[in-house]
Design a protein around this ligand. Structure first.
Ligand SMILES: [Zn+2]
Length: 534
């Protein structure tokens, strides 16, 4: 007798193979049988007539590292059909920490108000996550930002030999304690201060543990080709698989993905195992601090506040952005400032300036009767560097190029949230509640950019193979019981930029390790996820 039988579904197995009609049986947390299972007995039966049955989705790029300690259930993630998420991206992970201080990088510190950091190492962090319980399966990369801060703070210079040795040790320790690889965030202090040689050295350590290197690259505008080459160099010289995160160019490089994908193909042809991914929205989201040139953030937030108070340094900050846009580092979105497109940049969170959250900097400038650039610097100062922002600066053409390409994945770049308490404050990006249903509705059902089989492969088998997640991401006998049942005619996001904390529709059932985590669209209260260690 099976524990659970899903009957009459349209089975898409996650490999990209065409669908077939069949049943899926689960037993003791795993997939026990697939095919025409006739009148087999089961404790519970789900009728999936008219529905797609596929592996539970895998989001290979989230930033839920700390939000999961605030609320471990991960309802905004489960509600999208996601059974497994990879955290620790963009150079930012929960561990290691320096002296029990969080490294926020691009994250919004307001989301973790009240959370105490009682760990130092990756092993301690994962143990805490495990003891609290998690709704999804989780795996993490170790952030290069954490490693560099722990070894040498926010110093804007190359590491000394002793500091580099310390970084190697910290990387090796995190890998030995379960990290799946190393991520870098070369737009967020201290990432921009690290030269290629440092990343190659740490890449070699990760290679020795069988991990992957992923990167939020150094430049996503004019210099994007060189920035992608840098990832290739880490993969090639470090001897490990490498992956370019959200490889989406800002102006004036829209359309550049066609060339970048050729570069990746050429590197693969000479034996470098490379891939990339993209976020399905044209609006992105990050920390407001990344609108500054990286030198302004050297030394940490205390020094940044001093610089923002000094009129001469403020003039230099403004002059840098107006002259170079994103070319002198930081976020791609700095180019919007250079171009004067303040109506495309919005404040995403704030405490003292709560009334301005959700407004564009064009509006904020008017309301504060200030030049928008001065307003941005003042808000950073008033809020001690914490706010988040949103900005519209990438093209759907580039998303489509990556999503259609065999080496391209699709990611949310979101957080696991719950629509109440500290995790429901501000106006964060709707991707945390809707990225995958949005992708499947808009690009698969409505535009036909990919077949259902190809799209599901991106979100399952492709992701599990890139991150070597054994027994996940495929409908196969013996695999873990992560299974999604959804309605291809109905699946859609309901979260919007005005109302970002709303659950999607069309997700009928999600099983995580054989347990029902979503039932008829409702997230259940059990935490069936596991901490996956590399
Ligand atoms: Zn990210």
């Amino acid at each position: 007798m099976y524990d659970l039988l899903i009957r009459n579904g349209r089975l898409i197995d996650g490999t990209g193979s065409p669908w077939f009609a069949g049943d899926v049986a689960l037993q003791e947390g795993r997939i026990a049988a697939i095919g025409k299972l006739g009148e087999s007995a089961a404790r519970r039966t789900i009728d999936a007539a008219g529905l797609i049955v596929c592996p539970g989705l895998i989001d290979m790029h989230t930033h839920s590292d700390l939000t999961l300690l605030v609320e471990g259930l991960a309802p905004s993630t489960l509600a999208q059909g996601i059974a497994t998420q990879i955290m620790g991206n963009c150079g930012i992970s929960a561990a290691p920490t320096r002296a029990h201080q969080f490294y926020y990088g691009a994250l919004d510190p307001a989301m973790t108000r009240g959370l105490e950091c009682d760990w130092t190492t990756m092993g301690e962090y994962l143990a805490r996550l495990e003891s609290q319980g998690v709704g999804t399966n989780v795996a993490t990369l170790v952030g290069h930002g954490n490693i560099r801060v722990a070894a040498m703070g926010y110093e804007d210079r190359p590491a000394t030999p002793a500091e580099l040795e310390r970084m190697r040790e910290l990387t090796a320790q995190a890998m030995a304690q379960g990290a799946m690889g190393l991520s870098s965030g070369l737009a967020y202090a201290p990432g921009p201060y690290a030269p290629l040689a440092e990343l190659v050295e740490l890449g070699k350590v990760v290679a020795g543990h069988g991990g992957i290197y992923t990167s939020h690259i150094r430049n996503q505008t004019e210099g994007i080709a060189a920035a992608v080459q840098e990832v290739i160099a880490v993969g090639e010289e470090g001897g490990l698989p490498a992956h370019v995160s959200h490889m989406q160019p800002g102006a004036p490089m829209h359309g550049a993905t066609a060339r970048l994908l050729q570069t990746i193909e050429a590197a693969r042809a000479r034996g470098v195992d490379l891939s990339c991914d993209a976020i399905p929205y044209t609006i992105g989201s990050t920390t407001l601090k990344s609108m500054l040139p990286p030198w302004a953030c050297a030394g940490g937030d205390g020094e940044l506040m001093q610089r923002l108070r000094d009129p001469e340094t403020r003039r230099r900050i403004i002059a840098d952005t107006m002259q170079f846009g994103a070319e002198s580092g930081g976020s791609r979105k700095r180019t919007l400032i250079k171009e004067g497109k303040w109506e495309l940049i919005w404040l995403g969170s704030a405490e003292k300036n709560l009334a301005l959250v959700g407004k564009s900097f064009a509006q904020i400038g008017q309301l504060r009767q200030q030049d928008p650039h001065e307003a941005l610097l003042d808000i950073l100062l008033e809020e001690e560097g914490r706010p988040w922002m949103l900005a519209q600066d990438v093209s759907e053409e580039d998303f489509a190029n990556i999503a259609r390409h065999p080496v391209g994945g699709v990611i949310s770049d979101g957080f696991s949230l719950i629509p109440q308490g500290v995790l429901a404050e501000g106006k964060h990006h709707p991707r945390s509640y809707g990225a995958f249903p949005y992708f499947l509705r808009r690009f698969v059902r409505e535009q036909g950019l990919l077949t259902w089989e190809a799209a599901i492969h991106k979100l399952t088998g492709f992701a599990s193979s890139r991150f070597r997640l054994a027994g996940r991401g495929l409908l196969r006998e013996g695999c873990w019981g992560d299974v999604l049942v959804f309605d291809p005619e109905r699946i859609a996001e309901t979260a919007s930029f005005d109302d970002p904390y709303r659950y999607p529709v069309g997700i009928e059932y999600l099983l995580v390790n054989g347990e029902v985590a979503v039932e008829r669209g409702q997230v259940q209260s059990r935490r069936a996820g596991r901490v996956l260690r590399g």
